[in-house]
Structure formats: structure tokens, C-alpha cells
Write a protein that binds this ligand. Structure first.
Ligand SMILES: [Zn+2]
Length: 104
């Protein structure tokens, strides 16, 4: 008759399906981000063409899960994209209300 009080009731583990052994692929699953893989590749706010690949067609930033960029580089990308927006190199998100001829 101990009073245990259910100590572990609160912190539920993560829900959802478990992936069956995702790490067994032989070399084919490159999960590294492209900046870590290529040290010559720099994140620069002036390199709009490169930044554009991390933006959706509405110029929203692609999430790191989709772009497969690590957290560290994703943060640098965010800063670079924000800076490019401030310099008017990149637009902010395109709103729906604009008439199509504004978009060019
Ligand atoms: Zn990286």
C-alpha cells in the first residue's frame, strides 16, 4: 500500500508511428545539409539566387525539414534571407490581394 502518486504520468513520450530502422540505408540517404557537405558554399545575403532555392514560390522560407538544412545553417539562412529582404533583394511574402500585374 504505498502511495506512489504516478510520478511519470505527465511527461508523455512522443506520439506517432515509429520509423522502422531509418538509419540502415547504405550511403544513399544523405541527410546532411548541403552547407555542411560543401564547405565552399557560403550563406550570403547577396547571393539571392542561392537564397531563392530556400524560399517557396511565395517567398516564404522553406522549413528545415524540407530543405534538409541543419539547424545551424538554417539559422544562418534565416538571417541572410531577412537581411536580403531588408536590402530589397528579396520580397517579403507575396500577398494574395495584389493584382497579378504587380507581380510582374
Ligand atoms: Zn549545416
Amino acid at each position: 500500500m504505498g502511495f506512489f502518486g504516478r510520478g511519470r504520468g505527465k511527461g508523455k513520450g512522443r506520439k506517432g508511428p515509429r520509423r522502422p530502422s531509418a538509419r540502415r540505408g547504405r550511403g544513399r540517404s544523405f541527410r546532411r545539409c548541403r552547407f555542411c557537405a560543401d564547405p565552399n558554399l557560403e550563406i550570403d545575403y547577396k547571393n539571392v539566387h542561392m537564397l531563392r532555392t530556400f524560399l517557396t514560390e511565395r517567398y516564404k522560407i522553406v522549413s528545415s525539414r524540407q530543405s534538409r538544412v541543419c539547424v545551424w545553417h538554417q539559422r544562418k539562412l534565416n538571417i541572410a534571407i531577412r537581411r536580403a529582404r531588408m536590402m530589397a533583394l528579396l520580397p517579403f511574402t507575396i500577398s494574395n490581394r495584389l493584382p497579378p500585374d504587380v507581380l510582374g
